[in-house]
Each structure stands twice: as C-alpha cells, then as structure tokens.
Ligand binder design. Structure first.
Ligand code: SAM
Length: 237
C-alpha cells in the first residue's frame, strides 16, 4: 500500500491522533491541511475512517486535491473544504488537528468556534507555543500529553488536549514547559526544547543588560531562566 512520506513532526502528529482513537468509525478534521499528506496517511493506514481536510486558501486546497486523487482516496474517506478555521467543518469529528501554524493563529481558530463536548485536539504550533498553552490553561482545557518532534536542529511541540471545564492552577513556567511535557523530561527532544527556551531567555536578558534596561520584561525573563536552569540541573544536564 502506498502512503505519503511524513516528516517526523507529521509522523508524531499521526501517532497522537491514533493514541486518541475513540471509535471504530473515527473522524478527524485537519485544519490548515495544505498538501493533505496527513489526512491521506490517516485514512490509508486505517487510523481514521474519515477526515475533513480544511484550508482557507485555494492554492493549498488544489494541492490537497492532487494528493488525495494521487493516492486514490474517495469522498467517503476525505472531504476537502474551504474553511477559515473550523467555521465550515461539520461537527461530527472526534479529533481536531491544527498544526504547522503560529500559536497565535491556533488560538484564534480555537476561540472562534466552540467544538462539541469531548472533542480531542492535536495541536502543533510552529511559534509562540507559550501563548497556546496559556490559552488552553485559561480556557479550561487539559493538556493530556506533550511530545517533541525533532527535525535536524529544529524542535516542534505536539500537544493533545481536551476541554474539561475545570480550572487548573498554572504559572508562567507551565506556559513554556507544560507539566505534560516535563513528564518526558529525559527525552532528548524535550531536553533540547528546554535548552532552546533557555537560550531565548538568555538572548532577552543579554540584550537588556547591554541596553541597561532592567525592566519588567528583564525580570520576568530572569525568573523563567532560573526555573529552566533548575529543571535542566534536576535532569543532570
Ligand atoms: C504551513 S501549512 C501547514 C500544513 C500542515 N498542517 C502541516 O502541519 O504540515 C499552514 C496551512 O494553514 C493554512 N491556514 C492558515 N490560516 C488558516 C485558517 N484560518 N484556516 C484554515 N487554514 C489556514 C494555510 O493556507 C496553509 O496551507
């Protein structure tokens, strides 16, 4: 059987969708599908029975159409939809995937549509992951798992989440390194991710020091850097 080749990031996303499988007839919605390699992989490997593949732009939808027909997927398996976020997607999905966009855009998409109760989410922000985690904490989602995909030097977080409706205590550090992520703190990808977060704070701190600006942003970065350092020391890094 021929299936599209997935990058390690998309492969990890597919594994997370599989881990959330909750029904024999399992339906996912892939928002911002672009080339639609993920939906094709999901139906071809039997992880999903049916996938809505949505994108807001016509170019990606054309490319998605080519992938879908190249792999011989039918309309009983994949339906392509022009949709801004989840707005035009019928709500009979079990799992929503939003990957390969900035954290702010993922937050915007999540905040514009209320999904059916018990919907599971697989989210993989390319930037501003801390904004996404903060949104999830503030809006009574629970982060069920968080793993890191490594592609060369790059690291990509892949989160799974569900709305629980319960408040959960969290602090700034949890928004950068979620408790779910730190459950896998010995994982090489997680260690690299923590080091990257620390390097980003070092950059802010050094820039502020050079400018002689010991403001609130400097203080917040210094506090987070200490927390990241402590976690790395605990791991023995
Ligand atoms: C970089 S691609 C990511 C493709 C794939 N999801 C992945 O992770 O590799 C981002 C896609 O999101 C689409 N997109 C951006 N904003 C969107 C929105 N509001 N609703 C749906 N799709 C959107 C873009 O058109 C583009 O095809």
């Amino acid at each position: 059987m021929s299936v599209p080749h997935l990058t390690p990031r998309l492969q990890l996303i597919a594994e997370q969708v599989k881990a959330l499988k909750s029904d024999d007839f399992y339906v996912a919605a892939d928002i911002g599908t672009d080339h639609a390699k993920l939906p094709v992989f999901l139906v071809k490997t039997g992880i999903c029975s049916f996938v809505y593949a949505g994108d807001v732009r016509s170019g990606p939808l054309e490319s998605a159409g080519k992938t879908v027909s190249f792999y011989g997927c039918t309309e009983e398996q994949i339906v392509l939809l022009c949709s801004d976020g989840l707005k035009e997607i019928p709500q009979n999905y079990h799992t929503v995937i939003i990957a390969g966009m900035g954290g702010e855009l993922i937050v915007k998409i999540l905040s514009e549509t209320s999904c059916p109760e018990n919907t599971a989410f697989v989210l993989s922000p390319m930037t501003a992951a801390e904004d996404l985690r903060r949104y999830l904490f503030e809006n009574r989602f629970s982060i069920l798992s968080e793993k890191i995909a490594m592609e060369g030097e790059r690291v990509y977080p892949v989160l799974t989440a569900k709305k629980t409706g319960f408040d959960k205590d969290y602090d700034d550090c949890d928004c950068y390194l979620s408790p779910a992520l730190l459950m896998n703190r010995q994982d090489p990808g997680v260690i690299r991710y923590i080091k990257k977060q620390m390097a980003a704070k070092d950059k802010i701190i050094n820039g502020k020091k050079t400018a002689g600006l010991f403001d609130e942003e400097y203080a917040a970065a210094a506090v987070l850097r200490e927390r990241f350092l402590h976690i790395l020391e605990e791991i023995g890094e």
